[in-house]
Design a protein around this ligand. Sequence first.
Ligand code: ATP
Length: 293
Amino acid sequence: MEEESSSGIRVSGMQFAYDCQPPLFLDFSLNIVPGSRCLLVGANGSGKTTLLKILAGKHMVGGRDIVRVLNGSAFHDTHLVCSGDLSYLGGSWSKTVGSAGEIPLQGDFSAEHMIFGVEGVDPVRREKLIELLDIDLLWRMHKVSDGQRRRVQICMGLLHAFQVIMYLLVLLLDEITVDLDVVARLDLLDFFKEECEQRGATIVYATHIFDGLETWATDLAYIQDGKLKRTEKLSELGELKNSANLLSVVESWLRSETKQEKKKPSNPSAIIQKSSPFDSSPFRSSRHMAYYR
Ligand SMILES: Nc1ncnc2c1ncn2[C@@H]1O[C@H](COP(=O)(O)OP(=O)(O)OP(=O)(O)O)[C@@H](O)[C@H]1O
């Protein structure tokens, strides 16, 4: 991820704050080369979803040069999303429909109605995804399980990507496999790997589930409280060579974050004051705030 890429993802000196809050990201930079499968790891509240949403053009962060995806501005170049070049598959069960924005998709519709309602798709890809995700087209969306609903959501999210030419596809995945059973999850990971290897797709995947990812991911980016702590090629991750699995490596990083927090001064009034929205410090620690609340 060190080398700069004109057609992958490049974030340079980004700042971002939610309304009336101190900056979550301050001078944040990250490069992801095309064809990478990059895992985004970090504790709850560290900023993974926010970063993915920024990359997906859902939040504006200053000028056109700050967040570049496929050589365009993630926020300003709306064709990235409209063309299917850039896809964000997130946790919420909703679909963006033109100016209506995000609408919930849990009414009394069949899976067939949902999937075949997506226009302009490749029927071969559609069949492949229905089979891969083992979707029963007769499912009624208001009666299915969370995992079944998630399968339909993922299928719809991936249908659009078919028309994208090689090296022009970025998939941003936010904990999408969380409701899937182990077979569906592993099959889907294989599918994503194929998209990278055969079509040059670039994938950024935020997750807390590390099963099977040691051989799946090519890169890793670790975020702590909005700061990029590490970016590594997985093949060069020293701890992974010495340790059993990725889970224990990430666990040790997150546990050392917790230990550092516990070492901080224990005067609660001072900490509450320091963590308040009126704090003059530009940094924030959501874990810190939760810990002392
Ligand atoms: N819409 C919002 N308005 C204000 N603050 C928000 C909003 N969304 C997230 N945050 C805050 O921003 C910080 C980062 O949240 P984010 O969802 O990006 O973290 P995350 O790393 O994805 O966490 P998780 O692993 O729990 O999904 C948190 O402190 C969160 O409370």
